[in-house]
Design a protein around this ligand. Structure first.
Ligand code: LLP
Length: 458
């Protein structure tokens, strides 16, 4: 090949060699990745004290299983780490009526970004004062609903929205609390589609370009709105805490500048979510308390050195509360060895219940769940039943060599952004969601039926 050539031919070769797995490795459930109450009893995986074979028998597959204790314990960890602030669960990770009840009972607030998410919360009596409305293009109807129901905060994401909110506040004779979403210019180390603090994207108002400062001026000029603080969310599935720290420092510095320009002290900073979780062996786990202490220290330093009172901090974790509580159970349908390459294990769901592998190149851990196996490792690809070859649940993994149709496979870390991103592609009904706790299983979202699929059509 000529040295000057910029086009490099890539030839499909044998799959990348990975460290060999022993049968014991293949049966192991790594505690950092699997739900906190999971284990193996008599060979089969159990979650919340229930054997996955019983779950599959009673509720069918594919099945989303949520470990309620895992979910709630993470809520409590956030609350205790941010004991002097607010924790708002980001509904987009996974919301249903029962989860809204858990969030309420655990004393967290809720972030919503659509009228639909707001409706789910309100339907179970979630206190509106603990709800924040987000979104880069909230409709007038969504804004009006938020103003009318008295949600705690509305995070302003554009100049248009300032005018719309001013109008609605006047119309309804209320004075909503608003924050400004600031684009702080941090390059978060995550997939491009879920990084949100660099300047060239749709969210927020730029710090460096002056749009954020202009939004402050415009809101302060409108007596109908109460500006309470600033907001930043730098992206999702971030494990390098440096990005969160830079964002916190920049937001706190803007608070100081606002005080200097307007003589106004804003009492709140919302630092968003985005805390990453481990999906596969070797992924980093973040310590919530370390994050909380670090962020508090940075904001305190900046504000105190400028003679400003320390603002109340809010964070908005979604994935790091819901993600590891969820497991998807599938039944293997076909096991196809492609000579010299790998074995394709097809399950009864796929990209309609978990699009993250296809969309972001996400990685997952999966095991044979209905039994233990002493067979050696088989290089595999866990694929779905949809009509496209990008329909992968786990791109590269080792499964036991004796895996056979009828076996149950569990995929870890599917509690966030799987059900909420699910589709009916190929007219597959969405799976049920079952919450397990102390040996009890409850359907919290029922499985869709063919009638559901036909509903609403001419
Ligand atoms: N706050 C705001 C304003 C957000 O936009 C988000 C997520 C969060 C909080 C919660 O972020 P988390 O703690 O869950 O990372 N579908 C993608 C993730 C999109 C995240 C969107 N915003 C995925 O599956 O990875």
């Amino acid at each position: 090949m000529h040295a000057a050539s910029t086009i490099v031919a890539v030839t499909a070769g044998p799959p990348e060699e990975r460290p060999p797995h022993t049968p014991a490795d293949l049966n192991t459930l790594e505690p950092a990745i699997w739900p906190r109450t999971s284990g193996r009893t008599g060979g089969a995986v159990t979650i919340g004290g229930i054997d996955v074979r019983d779950l599959a028998k009673e509720f069918g597959t594919p099945l989303y299983v949520v470990d309620e204790e895992d979910f709630r314990s993470r809520c409590r960890e956030y609350r205790s780490a941010f004991h002097d602030g607010e924790v708002h669960y980001a509904a987009k990770a996974f919301l249903c009526r029962e989860v809204a009840r858990w969030i309420d009972q655990e004393g967290l607030g809720l972030d919503v970004c659509s009228a639909g998410e707001l409706a789910v919360a309100l339907s179970v009596g979630f206190p509106p004062a603990r709800i924040t409305l987000h979104g880069n293009n909230k409709s007038l109807a969504e804004l009006e609903k938020a103003v009318q129901t008295g949600v705690g905060h509305i995070v302003v994401d554009s100049f248009e929205e300032i005018a719309r909110l001013g109008f609605l506040a006047e119309k309804h004779g209320v004075r909503p609390k608003v924050m400004i979403r600031v684009t702080v210019g941090v390059e978060a180390h995550t997939h491009e589609f879920i990084a949100t603090a660099h300047d060239d994207q749709k969210f927020g108002l730029s710090l460096s370009g002056g749009a954020a400062a202009e939004a402050v001026r415009r809101i302060l000029a409108l007596p109908q709105l109460e500006l309470t603080g600033l907001h930043s969310h730098i992206g999702s599935q971030i494990t390098d805490v440096g990005g969160f720290e830079v964002a916190a420092r920049r937001l706190a510095t803007l608070l100081v500048e606002i005080k200097e320009e307007h003589g106004v002290v804003l009492p709140e900073l919302d630092l968003g979510g985005g805390y990453g979780i481990p999906y596969v062996t070797g992924d980093e786990s973040l310590d919530v308390k370390v994050i909380a202490d670090g962020l508090r220290e940075i904001v305190t330093k900046v504000c105190e050195s400028a003679g400003l009172p320390v603002p109340r901090l809010t964070v908005e974790p979604g994935r790091s509360i819901a993600g590891l509580s969820g497991v998807t159970l599938y039944e293997a349908g076909t096991v196809k060895n492609v000579e010299g390459l790998r074995t394709y294990v097809s399950v009864d769901g796929g990209m309609s219940d978990n699009v993250r592998t296809a969309l972001y190149g996400a990685e997952y851990t999966a095991v044979l769940a209905s039994r233990e196996s002493q067979a050696g490792p088989m290089l595999s690809r866990l694929v779905g039943k949809h009509c496209e070859s990008g329909d992968m649940v786990v791109r590269d993994l080792y499964l036991p060599g004796d895996l056979a149709p009828g076996d149950l496979i569990a995929v870890a870390g599917t509690g966030a952004y799987c059900r909420s991103l699910a589709s009916n592609y190929n007219y597959l009904p969405k799976p049920a969601v079952v919450a397990v706790s102390n040996g009890q299983a409850r359907v919290i979202i029922r499985r869709e039926t063919e009638d559901d699929l036909l509903r609403g059509q001419l």
